[in-house]
Design a protein around this ligand. Structure first.
Ligand code: ADP
Ligand code: MG
Length: 474
C-alpha cells in the first residue's frame, strides 16, 4: 500500500467521520508533503487553519495515521506559504505549545538577491516554469484564440511585437499556461535571450526585501538586464504604492529599451482599480488580449487532450465516451477544475480497481458538481418532491402527519440539507415553521431508510439527479 493510498484513506475516513461540510472547511486544502523519522508532514494554506486543526483534530489525525502504520507516531502541520513567512514553521501536533523553531530560515530567504541571473529562475529571482505548460499542450478554442495567437507571435518573433502583451481573464483559464509556453518557446528558439517569469507577488516580495537590505541597485539591475520580462497576476500589486512605483519604472525602462514585456491579470488594464491611472493606461498601450470563459467544445477538447496525455504517461485507462461529455457539460467553472475533475475520477477508479462509469464519476465529483450548478432552492426541492410523490405542496408544508405526506416531507428536508447551504433552522422555517430538531430527525431517518430500503434510496437518488440536472423528469 503506497503512501498516497494511505493518505487517501486517512482523508476518506476523516471525511466520513466529520461530514462533508466540516471536512471541506478544514481539510479540503490539506496536502501530504512527506514522511520521515516516524513523522508525517502535512501542509495547509493558512496559519488559522493549521491552528484549528491542531487544536481540534490533532489526536484524530495522529490516530488515523497510526492505524495506517504504527511507525507514524507524529503528525506535523506546516503552513504552506507562497513566499517565506515567519509562520511557515513546522510545529508538532503532539506538543503544540512547544513551538520549536528550526534554526535555519526557509531556503528561499537565503537565496542571494544580488546575483545577476544566468539561469534566471534558478537564481531565485524568477519562478520555475511548469514543464506541462507548453504550446503543444494548450488547446485552442474560440474563447482563447486571440490570446493564444498573440502569445505565439511574441514567442516566435525575433523582434519586439506588441509591447506590452497584456493577457487577462478569469481564474483558471490558462493565463499562466500561456506565459510559461512563451518562455519555453523562446528558450528553445533563442536560448541567448534572457527570459524572466515571476508573479507580481514575488516581484513585490523581492522589492521589499531589496529595500530592507538596501540593495535596490542590484534589484533594478537584475530586472533591467532581461530581454523578456513576464509578470503574472499583476492585480496583486494594486494599492502597494512603492512597489507600484518600482514596477512602473522597471516596466518603462524595459519598454524604452525595446525589451518585451508580458503581463497577466484577472481583469483588463482599465479595470485594474487600485493601480494608478498613468500605469493603467500605459499597460494598455500594447495588445490587451482577453481569455473568455470556455465553451462546451473547448472543454471537451481539453478533456480529450488531457485523457490522451494521461494514457501516454500511465498506460491505458478506459474512459467511456459519455463521461468526458458529461464533465464538459457540467464542470463549467474553469479549466483547472475541469482537469482536477478528470484526475479525480481516474485516480478513484484505479484506487478502487473498478472501471470508470458515469455513475462513479457523478458520485466522486458530487461536491464539485454541486458547486458548478446553479443554486437549487428549497422551494424548488419542495415542488419537485411533491410532484414526484404526487402530494399537494400545501399538504407537505402543513402540519399534517399522515404517512403519505410525512415521508415526502422528510425526503424534501433531507434533499434541502444535501443540496442547499441552508442551515437546519432555516430549512425548518421553510417547512411550515418547523423546529430544526424535526429537520435533524428527518435527515437521520432518510439516511437510515436509504440503507434499508432500496426503493427510498432510488427515489432520493432520482430526485437528486433531477434537481441537480435542472431538467424535468421524463
Ligand atoms: P490562470 O493562470 O488563468 O488562472 P492556468 O494557466 O493556471 O490559469 O490554467 C489552469 C489549468 O488549466 C492549468 O493546468 C492549465 O494547463 C489548464 N489549461 C487552461 N487552459 C487550457 C487550455 N486551453 N488547454 C489546455 N490546458 C489548459
Ligand atoms: Mg495564473
Amino acid at each position: 500500500m503506497s503512501l498516497n493510498d494511505q493518505w487517501r484513506r486517512v482523508r476518506a475516513r476523516l471525511q466520513a467521520e466529520l461530514g462533508e461540510a466540516t471536512f471541506n472547511s478544514w481539510f479540503k486544502q490539506i496536502d501530504l508533503i512527506g514522511v520521515g523519522d516516524g513523522r508525517v508532514m502535512l501542509s495547509v494554506p493558512t496559519r488559522f487553519i493549521r491552528n484549528w486543526i491542531v487544536s481540534h483534530y490533532a489526536d484524530r489525525l495522529t490516530k488515523l495515521w497510526a492505524d495506517e502504520d504504527e511507525g507514524f507516531a507524529r503528525v506535523d502541520i506546516l503552513v504552506a506559504a507562497g513566499e517565506p513567512k515567519p509562520e511557515s514553521v513546522p510545529e508538532s501536533i503532539e506538543e503544540p505549545s512547544r513551538g520549536v523553531r528550526p534554526a535555519s530560515a526557509p531556503a528561499e530567504s537565503q537565496a542571494a538577491p544580488s546575483a545577476i541571473p544566468s539561469g534566471l529562475e534558478d537564481a531565485g529571482v524568477g519562478a520555475p516554469l511548469d514543464p506541462r505548460f507548453t504550446f503543444d499542450a494548450f488547446v485552442v478554442g474560440k474563447s482563447n484564440e486571440l490570446a493564444h495567437a498573440a502569445a505565439r507571435r511574441v514567442a516566435e518573433a525575433t523582434d519586439v511585437s506588441f509591447n506590452p502583451l497584456f493577457l487577462y481573464g478569469g481564474v483558471g483559464l490558462g493565463k499562466t499556461h500561456l506565459m510559461h509556453a512563451i518562455a519555453w518557446e523562446i528558450r528553445t528558439r533563442q536560448p541567448e535571450r534572457k527570459v524572466l517569469y515571476l508573479s507580481a507577488e514575488k516581484f513585490m516580495y523581492q522589492f521589499v526585501r531589496a529595500l530592507r537590505f538596501k540593495d535596490t541597485m542590484a534589484f533594478k539591475q537584475q530586472f533591467r538586464s532581461v530581454d523578456v520580462l513576464m509578470i503574472d497576476d499583476v492585480q496583486f500589486i494594486s494599492g502597494k504604492d512603492s512597489t507600484q512605483e518600482e514596477f512602473f519604472h522597471t516596466f518603462n525602462a524595459l519598454i524604452d529599451h525595446n525589451r518585451q514585456v508580458i503581463i497577466s491579470a484577472d481583469r483588463s488594464p482599465s479595470d485594474l482599480d487600485g493601480i494608478e491611472e498613468r500605469i493603467r493606461s500605459r499597460l494598455g498601450w500594447g495588445l490587451a488580449a482577453d481569455i473568455h470563459p470556455t465553451d462546451y467544445e473547448l472543454r471537451l477538447g481539453i478533456l480529450q487532450a488531457k485523457a490522451d496525455d494521461m494514457m501516454q504517461k500511465n498506460g491505458p485507462v478506459t474512459i467511456p465516451p459519455g463521461v468526458l461529455e458529461f464533465l464538459a457539460h457540467r464542470i463549467v467553472s474553469n479549466v483547472r477544475e475541469l482537469e482536477g475533475a478528470l484526475k479525480r475520477v481516474v485516480a478513484y477508479a484505479s484506487f478502487v480497481g473498478r472501471p470508470i462509469t458515469l455513475d462513479m464519476s457523478q458520485e466522486v465529483l458530487r461536491d464539485l458538481l454541486r458547486s458548478n450548478d446553479r443554486k437549487i432552492t428549497i422551494e424548488e426541492i419542495q415542488r419537485r418532491v411533491a410532484e414526484y410523490y404526487n402530494v399537494r405542496l400545501a399538504d407537505m408544508l402543513s402540519a399534517r402527519r399522515a404517512r403519505a405526506v410525512a415521508r415526502p416531507r422528510q425526503v424534501a428536508m433531507y434533499l434541502a440539507k444535501q443540496l442547499t447551504s441552508r442551515s437546519l433552522p432555516e430549512i425548518g422555517r421553510k417547512f411550515g415553521g418547523r423546529d430544526h430538531t424535526t429537520v435533524i430527525h428527518a435527515v437521520r431517518k432518510i439516511d437510515e431508510l436509504c440503507h434499508l430500503d432500496s426503493g427510498i434510496e432510488e427515489d432520493v437518488d432520482l430526485l437528486r439527479r433531477m434537481l441537480e440536472g435542472g431538467h424535468a423528469p421524463n
